[in-house]
Design a protein around this ligand. Structure first.
Ligand code: GAP
Length: 537
């Protein structure tokens, strides 16, 4: 399982209404995406699962929702004004701008080696505050949610009487003027974070750091990611952010490679120290930013040691959008529903062979493009019965459309894919956008339709499961549509349900179909809610 290319996910997301490019009708805005009807459900489910596990189910956590706009002094003392920068180079030829650490002396666009010296570029978006835009009336859109927690540390402590260790959790938007947004929703300019600042006694930080890394891996598994696709990476000293003593990145095997999904940092007493007044009296271990403006000492009175201490902070910081991408990728599969007849498979195999021969002979394609097409084509051809749906991805690769025989290959492959394969999202029920879909076997049979609609309404109201009704196609097609968006269960209401079938014993029962096994069971309408609850668990 799991997606093999980003194109598979981008295409599914657009086709089925998970995620759209932002401001598309005006030509788009690079680095922004909009979540559609299914995407918002998936994203909300992911955030709810995180909140439930980290706030409701723990006894040592409080939640907050701080403002996105903060006094600009926050960003001076957090260190972001000075250090939240990437070194940039400009190509003197094509005028494009690149991150200096991501290229090797050559412009990736035009190949020119005429590049400027690296210059620092701050990733924070500046915005005017109030009606008179002068030199002082600005702040930044927050580049991380963390600072809203640090500046509220005293408020939460005083209003809840918490003892160390305890944490403050927050989910919210963050903004970064990324130089090269890319890989769909992986690196964007507007995104959401799920962050915890977990406050501990100095000296207990390293043990808590280790514990949080384990907890976070277990949580990602609980929402559907496999352990084999997650890899903890211990940052080297030269990679650490200005505030961190140690950071473990949780990497995930995305379609574009092994990349960061979440960072778990030991931020020491840097942040509370930097936002505190009277820093000299606090016994800080970190090199805090000298603060001339804060009105508070951000300390904790330790009743055992009978002294004030500045807590150390462990910060598990996850990206919501990267979480959505990982979950979609992990769940994505193109599966055979029934074996295609050998003669139809042979016809696709012949068309693929002819296409690859034509690629090899092409005078229009560069050698590396030919190689990429040949390698992928041979991989698919080597296990055609399983890999046949990947022909679509092959034909979407650069250069494929310049080959005349591409049309013939598409014409042979697509009808076989439609008839014998399905795209399915094997999502955990907790994150699936829709939990149950209800269909009438006949949409022109009023009693069947009314019963199906009543079941939908009941499940939605009493079981609080997102349930939809659909009668816009034949049952087989409706199943496929729900498989593709990850709906764990489909219910079909038929003549037996309304007591007009062959078997009187089946009255008031429905067919429940399981997305993953495609197995069907007869279940009494009165037991549907408990049956579904049990199965979803
Ligand atoms: N408060 C710590 C912090 O913000 P970070 O590693 O810069 O640390 C934490 O960001 C997480 O936020 C990342 O692991 C990633 O999941 C997400 N994230 C960061 N920049 C992002 C971007 N441009 N687009 C999408 N997600 C991003």
């Amino acid at each position: 399982m799991s997606a093999q290319t980003m194109e598979q996910l981008v295409s599914l997301c657009k086709r089925r209404g998970f995620i759209f490019p932002g401001s598309a009708i005006y030509g788009g805005l690079q680095g922004t995406y909009d979540y559609g009807p299914l995407g918002v459900e998936l994203k909300n489910n992911l955030k709810l699962a995180w909140w439930r596990a980290n706030v409701w189910e723990r006894e040592d956590m409080e939640g907050i929702d701080a403002a996105i706009l903060m006094n600009k002094l926050t960003w001076r003392y957090s260190g972001h004004e000075e250090t939240f920068v990437d070194p940039m180079v400009d190509c003197r030829s094509c005028k494009l701008r690149w991150r200096a650490d991501q290229i090797t002396g050559k412009c990736p666009n035009c190949g020119s080696t005429e590049l400027t010296e690296p210059r620092p570029f701050n990733l924070m978006f500046k915005t005017a505050v109030g009606p008179v835009p002068d030199a002082e009336s600005f702040t930044y859109l927050r580049p991380e949610t963390a600072q809203g927690i640090f500046v509220n540390f005293k408020h939460v402590l005083d209003s809840t009487a918490r003892k160390l260790p305890f944490g403050i959790a927050q989910i919210g938007k963050a903004f970064r003027n990324e130089i090269t947004p890319r890989n769909f929703i992986f690196r964007v300019r507007e995104f959401e974070q799920m962050e915890i600042e977990f406050f501990v006694k100095p000296g207990e930080d390293e043990a808590w750091h280790t514990k949080w890394v384990e907890d976070r891996i277990a949580w990602w598994q609980s929402v559907g990611l496999s352990r084999g696709n997650l890899e903890p990476y211990h940052q080297k000293p030269e990679e650490l952010a200005h505030y961190a003593k140690a950071t473990v990145d949780l990497l995930y095997r995305f379609p574009h490679g092994l990349e960061e999904l979440e960072g778990i940092a030991n931020r020491t007493d840097f942040d509370l120290g930097s936002h505190s007044k009277d820093q000299g009296a606090l016994g800080l271990t970190a090199k805090a930013n000298p603060n001339a403006h804060s009105t508070e000492r951000l300390t904790y009175y330790d009743p055992d040691a009978k002294q004030h201490v500045v807590p150390f902070v462990i910060e598990p910081s996850a990206g919501v959008d990267r979480g959505v991408l990982a979950i979609l990728s992990e769940g994505y599969a193109e599966e055979q529903v029934k074996p295609p007849p050998p003669e139809r498979l042979a016809a696709v195999s012949d068309a693929l062979g002819a296409f690859l021969k034509s690629v090899a002979k092409s005078e229009k394609l560069k050698a590396e493009t030919k190689d990429a097409l040949r390698v992928e084509g041979e991989r698919i051809g080597g296990a055609l019965a399983e890999q046949l749906p990947m022909v679509t991805a092959l034909l979407a690769m650069p250069g494929a459309d310049t080959i005349e025989l591409a049309k013939k290959l598409r014409g042979q492959a697509e009808p076989v894919v439609d008839e014998f394969y399905r795209t399915v999202l094997h999502l955990k029920p907790a994150v699936a956008p829709i939990k149950v879909a209800v269909f009438p076997l006949k949409k022109n049979q009023p009693e069947i339709v009314a019963t199906a609609k009543r079941i939908r309404k009941q499940l939605q109201a009493s079981a609080a499961m997102r349930t939809v009704y659909d009668d816009t196609a034949a049952i087989g097609k409706l199943y496929r549509r729900q498989d593709e968006i990850g709906t764990p269960f489909c219910i079909t209401v038929d003549f037996d349900t309304i007591g007009q079938g062959k078997d009187a014993a089946q009255k008031d029962t429905v067919t429940v179909r399981d997305r993953d096994s495609m197995a069907q069971e007869r279940v009494a309408v009165g037991e549907l809610e408990s049956y579904l609850r049990e199965r979803m668990r």
